[in-house]
Design a protein around this ligand. Structure first.
Ligand code: HEM
Length: 361
């Protein structure tokens, strides 16, 4: 064989196909070998874990970019690209749930005992994704995934590499925290966080927005009363509680929350050229989180169809627990700000437009 023939890269070499195909026989000592249903169960799980690996790579890149003291405008499209891939992977996995569902409940019961107490609850890559994103405390259903990871590590059932990585993530700020910092540096009406009159300018922006909300709400109420669609007192109370909630969102202990004000500014004045990539980034973050929530929800429905309401192999209440996990929200402010947005025609004019790229005006 010539040297060239010997060094020729092949499909199997490049992808290490033979290695990959040896990994579906179940844990060593597993006898008999997995039946068709069980092999299918293993392959679906392994496929997910491969996608989780790719998601972690994307999240680390996002983390790296957002960790800088100053994130340049030119890097925002990259952030959107990485997040978009995460969103599409989560969406693609919804088809994998359908593949999983070709396993019948009886088919699953046929080998379920072989899983012992193993469960997706023990997926360290899932915990790494959650923790990198920013889900760390406030766990639901009386379950504590990180305490469980620690226990597995101490019992030699989790690799040192995985345990060190989980701890390394926890020692760093999460993507959510980095995003909050980035938002707090948003120029508001042309004012930078370090500008001399910044607090005054930011406060005026927030007050103007709240006033517009109040005025517009009052007009809507007058109209509703005029057409006989409700009574003044309950309608006014409802409006007041909405304006108060908006105020509490934006101002705490008399101090404007600059990160939320920045977020509101980006979402409100989306037509300003300099804000278009920040806007796209926020939209992409919401889309990605929505895809992750739907991923959890699809899993729960698949599980309900497969095992009904029985307890999970990981010891949780099963479907009830999984439904609780769909309540997790990483980017809470990004969801909440939507409640206080106003239509363009009632918005105060943005100040210092040339700063944002409208140089001809
Ligand atoms: C027959 C198929 C499946 C059933 C019946 C099932 C059932 C469950 C149950 C009941 C739980 C709750 C924890 C427990 O008590 O065990 C759980 C958690 C989990 N499962 Fe599955 N599952 C299945 C397939 C999958 C697949 C294919 C994946 C993909 C990796 C997966 C990933 C997870 C993850 C990540 C959790 C942890 C959720 C959390 O704590 O946030 N599951 N599963």
């Amino acid at each position: 064989m010539s040297g060239e023939q010997e060094s020729r890269m092949t499909y199997a070499n490049y992808l290490r196909v033979e290695d990959l195909l040896t990994l579906q026989s179940g844990p060593s000592g597993h006898s008999p070998a997995p039946c068709n249903d069980e092999q299918h169960f293993i392959i679906v799980h392994q496929t997910f874990e491969l996608w989780f690996k790719q998601i972690l790579t994307e999240l680390e890149q996002i983390h790296g970019i957002l960790s800088q003291d100053k994130v340049s405008e030119s890097q925002l499209p990259k952030l959107v690209e990485h997040l978009h891939r995460v969103e599409v992977i989560f969406k693609a996995t919804s088809h994998s749930w359908s593949v999983m569902q070709t396993l019948t409940p009886q088919g699953f019961l046929g080998f379920r005992d072989r899983l012992g107490t193993s469960s997706g609850f023990e997926s360290w890559q899932m915990r790494a994704m959650e923790s990198l994103f920013g889900i760390r405390a406030g766990r639901v259903g009386g379950m504590d995934p990180m305490a469980h990871m620690e226990r597995l590590f101490k019992e030699n059932k989790l690799s040192k590499h995985a345990w060190d990585y989980l701890n390394d993530i926890e020692s760093r700020p999460s993507i959510h925290e980095l995003l909050v910092n980035w938002l707090s540096r948003t120029p508001i009406n042309g004012s930078l966080i370090e500008s001399e009159n910044d607090s005054e300018i930011v406060r005026n922006f927030v007050n103007d927005h709240l006033n517009s909300m109040q005025e517009h709400g009052s007009k809507v109420i007058e109209h509703m009363i005029a057409i006989g669609h409700g009574e003044r007192k309950p309608l006014t109370d409802r409006l007041q509680s909405q304006v108060n909630a908006a105020k509490e969102f934006l101002i705490q202990d008399g101090i404007v929350n600059r990160s939320r004000a920045g977020l509101l500014y980006i979402e409100t004045y989306r037509e300003l050229p300099l804000l278009s990539w920040p806007r796209a980034l926020i939209e992409q973050l919401v889309a990605t989180e929505q895809a992750m929530i739907l991923f959890r929800s699809h899993h729960a429905r698949m599980v309900e169809r497969m095992i009904g309401r029985r307890m999970g192999t990981g010891g949780s209440s099963g479907v009830d627990y999984l439904d609780m996990t769909t309540k997790y929200r990483i980017f809470k402010d990004l969801w909440e700000v939507r409640t206080i947005l106003l239509k363009n025609s009632v918005l105060p004019e943005p100040k210092n437009k040339p700063f944002y790229g409208f140089s001809s005006e």
